[in-house]
Design a protein around this ligand. Structure first.
Ligand SMILES: [Zn+2]
Length: 317
């Protein structure tokens, strides 16, 4: 049994709490949400005006989502390029969905928001999906000194059905997770768990000289021989690799264990089983990103919401 010493703290320091009441106070309506987005993108209302070719103060245009240059009147649109731009769903509902996503540990289902907000399941699902799509920590580097790597298989499996799998049936997908002890996680859905697929991930996310713990799965055999640039030439990454022999029933040998990554699997599998029931291959990476995003910010308390909001506002295309 993995110990869950790395699991998120249950009690959140006061200054990190952000309740539904706080949310309602800060974002009572669509207008407040729009102003928030505008302020994030154009602090103090100052933005570059294409027409004037300088930074200008902008002011809100009536009830519209536009802001106008106070010199020439040229319009800018703070929702442009964001996930909100072409949506007919109210901004406040978008914000509330992000709030819910940032307040849960186990995930939140489209059903829940459908019930609470009275939108259709399809709308709720699409909203969550778009929020999730912003949450990947693609270039995250795990700073060591100790990381654990493990693989598992996820995604739905047909239950109670017999016969040949049909098109669209759910199949298991391999997932590799790299967890920095007491730190962050990278989780990737991969096409297979060969060295060719897994080593580039290690090289990308684990800093040289790190100590890497895995189980005895053969893919990890040559982890200590990984080169910085891939291939056989080049500088070695100098990973120090040690394995724990789960096959022998050994789970902890001193510092050698994979409890952190096992804890992560438990969190995500419990969540997916409980909240989403199953996840299709197509969207698995999105769910992995959602869980990793929260895991990586687990000490931030409900300020996770702020962090999701930041992605939605500033990751404008
Ligand atoms: Zn202007």
């Amino acid at each position: 049994m993995p110990n869950l010493s790395d699991k998120p703290k249950q009690s959140i320091p006061k200054e990190l709490r952000y309740s539904v009441k706080d949310f309602n106070n800060e974002f009572p309506n669509d207008d407040a949400c729009l102003r928030y987005i505008a302020e994030q993108r154009y602090p103090n209302g100052v933005a570059y005006c294409k027409q004037c070719k300088v930074e200008r103060k902008h002011y809100r245009v009536g009830n519209r989502t536009a802001f106008a240059c106070d010199h020439c009147g040229h319009h800018i649109y703070p929702l442009k390029g964001t996930i909100f731009e072409k949506s007919s769903t109210s901004l406040r509902l978008w914000f509330y969905s992000m709030y819910l996503m940032g307040s849960t540990r186990c995930g939140i289902s489209a059903k829940q928001i459908q019930r609470e907000a009275g939108v259709t399941y399809k709308t709720a699902w699409r909203m969550f999906h778009q929020i999730r799509s912003l949450l990947s920590d693609e270039d995250l580097q795990l700073e060591g000194p100790t990381v654990e790597i493990d693989e598992t298989y996820m995604g739905g499996r047909r239950k109670g059905q017999r016969g040949r799998p049909m098109r669209g049936d759910l199949v298991k997908t391999p997932v590799v997770a790299i967890v920095q002890r007491k730190g962050k996680v990278i989780a990737k859905a991969v096409k297979d768990v060969t060295k060719k697929t897994v080593y580039p991930l290690i090289r990308k996310h684990v800093v040289p000289e790190s100590v890497i713990y895995t189980d005895e799965f053969p893919t990890y055999d040559n982890v200590s021989k990984i080169k910085l640039l891939g291939g056989t030439g080049g500088t070695p990454a100098n990973y120090k690799h040690d394995t724990i022999r789960h096959a022998d029933g050994v789970y902890v040998r001193g510092d050698v264990h994979t409890n952190s990554v096992e804890g992560f699997w438990m969190l995500i599998k419990t969540g997916i089983r409980g909240v989403y029931h199953s996840v299709s291959v197509k969207y698995l990476q999105n769910y992995l990103d959602e869980y990793s995003f929260r895991y990586n910010r687990r000490h931030m308390g409900n300020q996770q919401f702020r962090s999701i909001l930041e992605r939605a506002v500033l990751k404008a295309r």
